[in-house]
Design a protein. Sequence first.
Length: 107
Amino acid sequence: MVKLLISITLITNIFATNIFQTNCMSCHNQEDLTLFMKEYTLKFSSKKRIKNYLYRFLENPTSNIPVMPYNFIIKKGYKKDTILTNQELKKAIDIYYDIYNIKKNIR
């Protein structure tokens, strides 16, 4: 029973990581993602507010709610609406936050 539970957890984590890698890392490099998290942390501060913003923005990227500087948006452009389900999008955001959260480095 324990082996089954561990196996299911590992498979779920591998699949979830692939959601982030496939849908985010395919276009953004680590430098971009680190910059984004710094901007989100400065603007929104809390984990809940950052994740809520990311969810709203990635669900429907528009010029009404960006955090990035204008010249960054001009250079890179806006992302197309997501094709991920709500659950997949939330999981990708969770993985992104866990990996790039700058507050974990502050003690």
